[in-house]
Write a protein that binds this ligand. Structure first.
Ligand code: GCU
Length: 399
């Protein structure tokens, strides 16, 4: 006979702390073969590559190493932006493999009062470069047809960042992978060997992997700009961009600081807590974000051979900052804190301090060591308070 089994899939968030399963975090400093990792050398040659491989083959997908060429076209330069306080530059970065061409439009503000190379924050925007300022000279990013000019200025305190002596650069993440399922063909994937006619492999990269790749391409540009100090780039990402930022920072050690703003499930939050958004929920709503095999862990988090504290540990010894908002329960603030806390083990191996306590700090009270953390009042968002904390953190580690 034929048995048809109908297993009801739980695809609901959990907001009940008492329903958080008893879980055990995979050890950071024990290798797959059971060897205790006691030195930086063992971490870097044995354990770190193992962890990177797990995230690559089972979560974000493999980043292809296929060749492509890059060209930079400066579209505009305004040396007197923000009443003379900044230089505003726009450039089109084009990628080609001979057949496929894709491009990313980058918007950069550099402080005029700093002589020499400046440190800089890079973060994607969600709705186009023209949303981060009301300046009518800012070009629309690809795919953004309607004029949303200035819509997100609140999240981009450009003057504050400039006045503190930092540059800030942004690009729209849709330029790299338009954030909807089935947009692979239009994304940068075909540039790097993806054949739209073929089905995806279990470890194929998708949107988050592609967004992380785009962050590294921004870094490639910074290395060529004589006014930017590519050794002092802070990579910031909000929410889904925070997931990509952690993954980019893990793979690409050129980023000096990595900042996760409320990245939640698949970002800083521990998957095994299954609190707020779960693996089942996220892989169901966003099948195009992770590699196909990641959905095997839906409602099965206990079988994950890794967890997100290990993603943060891959950034060590570089400074990392994780931020939560108390009403952003969807992103599991406690899970975000615990990840940052547990990653401290690897920072200590390098002789740095991790987060000082396993207790969540008080609201609006940043805890800062080589690992930084805060939980602020309010909802899922990017606020001036968040930016002030990131600027202070950058002052501590990049000045
Ligand atoms: C959704 C998604 C989250 C994501 C967020 C965002 O809420 O479920 O995983 O972080 O969007 O990007 O704002």
């Amino acid at each position: 006979g034929i048995f048809i089994s109908m297993v009801a899939q739980r695809i609901e968030p959990n907001y009940d702390e008492s329903k958080v399963p008893v879980y055990e975090l995979p050890p950071l400093l024990v290798s797959a073969k059971g060897k205790q990792i006691k030195s930086i050398k063992q971490w870097e040659s044995i354990r770190r590559p193992e962890i990177l491989e797990m995230f690559s083959s089972q979560m974000f997908g493999k980043t292809p190493g296929s060749p492509f060429t890059t060209s930079y076209e400066v579209v505009s330069v305004d040396a007197n932006a923000l009443d003379g306080k900044a230089t505003c530059k726009q450039l089109r970065i084009s990628f080609s493999n001979g057949n496929t061409v894709r491009s990313m439009l980058m918007l950069i503000y550099l402080p005029n009062h700093i002589k020499g190379k400046v440190p800089l924050f890079f973060a994607y925007n969600f709705d186009g470069n023209q949303t981060v300022s009301t300046d009518s000279g800012i070009l629309f990013s690809n795919h953004t047809s309607e004029n949303k000019r200035g819509l997100k200025v609140r999240r981009w305190p450009i003057e504050m960042i400039i006045s503190k002596g930092y540059g800030v650069a942004t690009a729209c993440y849709h330029d790299i992978f338009y954030d909807e399922k089935d947009k692979h063909a239009e994304s940068i994937l075909p540039l790097l060997g993806y054949d739209p006619g073929q089905s995806l492999e279990g470890d194929s990269w998708q949107a988050i992997g592609a967004w992380a790749w785009g962050m590294s391409r921004a870094m490639d540009y910074f290395e060529t700009d004589s006014r930017i100090d590519a050794k002092r780039i802070a990579l910031m990402g909000h929410s889904r961009h925070g997931k990509a930022a952690l993954w980019a920072g893990a793979q690409d050690q050129r980023f000096a600081i990595v900042i996760s703003n409320e990245s939640g499930c698949g970002g800083a939050a521990l998957s095994k807590r299954a609190y707020g958004e779960t693996v089942a929920v996220i892989t169901n709503s966003f099948p195009h974000w992770f590699c196909p095999d990641f959905s095997r862990f839906a409602n099965n988090e206990q079988s994950l051979p890794f967890d997100q504290h290990e993603l943060i540990a891959l950034i060590a010894p570089r400074p990392v900052y994780v931020a939560s908002a108390v009403d952003d329960r969807w992103a599991d603030p406690k899970g975000e804190y615990l990840s940052a806390f547990h990653a401290g083990e690897v920072y200590r191996l390098y002789g740095y301090e991790g987060l000082p306590s396993e207790e969540m700090p008080a609201l609006n009270t940043p805890v800062i060591s080589r690992v930084g953390y805060h939980i602020r009042t309010g909802v899922h968002d990017v606020t001036d308070f968040d930016w002030q904390c990131y600027l202070n953190f950058a002052d501590k580690w990049m000045k």
